[in-house]
Design a protein around this ligand. Structure first.
Ligand code: EPZ
Length: 419
């Protein structure tokens, strides 16, 4: 079992480069199933979740390989339509193959993804949309069986702008007969990136980035080569780490437009944030910042995937701050671990009330989920003394070479094997 040992109190300085977005690469890898032939996806980070998705695609009969930062997927033949339970259970994004499989081969059997630490994570909106497109869906015994001769375009309203449901329905609609309209669609940059990939394969997706998507079905798609958008959550994590350690860091290869919610909140707390015209963002904080309130919302609101990281920052800001989590029902698992480091946080329903402390103290803490892990690393970087963060496989799911990137900016951090 591995852990990260971090000696805190060192301001991050220098520059660090953001990689490709995990939450764009995963749906794009699934979408490669839609086109017979070899697609090449560039700037795909080396992550456990990417490896899991490769395993899912290979279990369906689509060989994959990695060449540097690129993943090549050969979806010439789909010889199986039932990904193995252990892979689906390991990563709920495996569920993103259901739309492409229904569109490409007309059938899929997949275990229900199940919940995780941050919530029950239902899939009712995915199924509502796919059945609107004409899929016959049976659920039972913890799995879903779906079939469709040929999907037919339909108008779908999403009760919540679910990222995954938008992606699954959009992918299925690319090969449906006629027009599909998705209302109240998710507007996240990763949804836009998927739409761009689909269009590069010959799909006709319009409106990506707005809450109204129109997909004109086509008879077939062609494989393509595509470069994944930079990871706004990795960029935001690094920006927050710079602020929390009162450092001065240049985050390279970001997309400033995607960073607006986090840049605005950092500025509001008194941190200096300036965007270069080369896609870099400089974050500088040489004194104690002020506590600010945050409410997570679907894009373009403040991202739920940066809520835990921002909370770590708020723990040593001056005054009170309130963080409200509106997207997931149980995304405060990191609060108990932060308290072990001396944080003063009170949970009140969907809000956490943080009273800023002069400093946090190093302790032994454990990751409960991916972004909670990033939160604890940030807290440890800012704390006095040494922290040991365990269960770091959660971090390896979503951050490529995390400790190397931080050490490159001056952090005293090392990965140790706890046996
Ligand atoms: C994606 O998950 C991301 N994962 C998540 O990132 C991210 O937190 C989330 O979007 C929100 O931005 C990937 O892209 C692989 P949702 P997804 O469907 O698609 C409810 C990370 O840390 N809902 O937008 O599963 C659901 O319960 C991960 O990288 C339904 O009720 O998120 C949740 O409360 C964590 N019914 C809310 O919507 C449904 O059918 C948002 O879920 C689907 C979702």
């Amino acid at each position: 079992m591995e852990a990260l040992v971090i000696r805190g109190g060192v301001p991050l300085r220098g520059s660090v480069r953001v990689g490709g977005a995990k939450n764009a690469a995963l749906p794009i890898m699934a979408a490669a199933l839609l086109a017979p032939g070899k697609s090449t996806i560039e700037e795909v980070p080396q992550l456990l979740d990417v490896d899991t998705m490769r395993g899912v695609l290979e279990s369906l009969g689509s060989p994959t390989s990695r060449q540097g930062g690129s993943i090549i997927i050969d979806a010439t033949d789909i010889s199986n339509s039932e990904p193995p339970y252990d892979l689906v259970r390991a990563m709920r994004a495996s569920f993103l193959v259901i739309g492409p499989l229904l569109a490409r081969s007309g059938r899929v059997r997949i275990s229900l993804p199940g919940g995780c630490a941050i919530g029950s994570r239902p899939i009712d909106l995915h199924l509502k949309g796919l059945s609107a497109l004409g899929a016959e869906i049976d659920t039972g015994y913890g799995r879903i069986s779906a079939t469709a001769d040929r999907l037919t375009g339909a108008r779908v309203y999403l009760d919540f702008p679910s990222v995954g449901a938008t992606e699954n329905i959009m992918m299925a609609a690319t090969l449906a007969q006629g027009l599909t309209v998705i209302e109240n669609a998710a507007q996240e940059p990763e949804v836009v990136d998927l739409a761009n990939f689909l269009n590069a394969m010959g799909a006709k997706v319009r409106g990506a980035g707005t809450n109204l998507l129109r997909i004109e079905g086509v008879d077939g798609l062609q494989p393509t080569t595509y470069t994944v958008v930079p990871d706004r959550i990795e960029a935001g994590t690094l920006m927050i780490a710079a602020a929390a350690t009162r450092g001065s860091l240049v985050v390279e290869n970001a997309v400033p437009e995607h960073m607006k919610p986090i840049s605005a909140k950092l500025r509001e707390s008194g941190v200096y944030v300036v965007e270069g015209d080369d896609g870099s963002i400089t974050v500088q904080a040489d004194s104690r910042a002020d506590g600010v309130d945050v409410k997570t919302m679907p894009y373009p609101g403040f991202p739920t995937d940066l809520q835990a990281q921002f909370m770590a920052f708020m723990c040593t800001c001056s005054g009170m701050s309130v963080i409200t989590e509106t997207v997931f029902e149980n995304r405060f698992m990191h609060v108990a671990e932060l308290a072990r480091m001396g944080a003063n946080i009170r949970i009140d329903g969907r809000s956490a009330v943080i009273e800023g402390q002069d400093h946090l103290s190093g302790a032994q803490v454990r990751c409960t989920d991916l972004r909670a892990g990033a939160c604890l690393v940030i807290a440890a970087l800012a704390a006095r003394g040494t922290t040991e963060v365990s269960e770091i496989h959660h971090i390896d799911r979503g951050y490529e070479r995390f400790e190397e990137k931080l050490a490159g900016a001056g952090a005293i951090i090392e990965r140790v094997n706890k046996g």
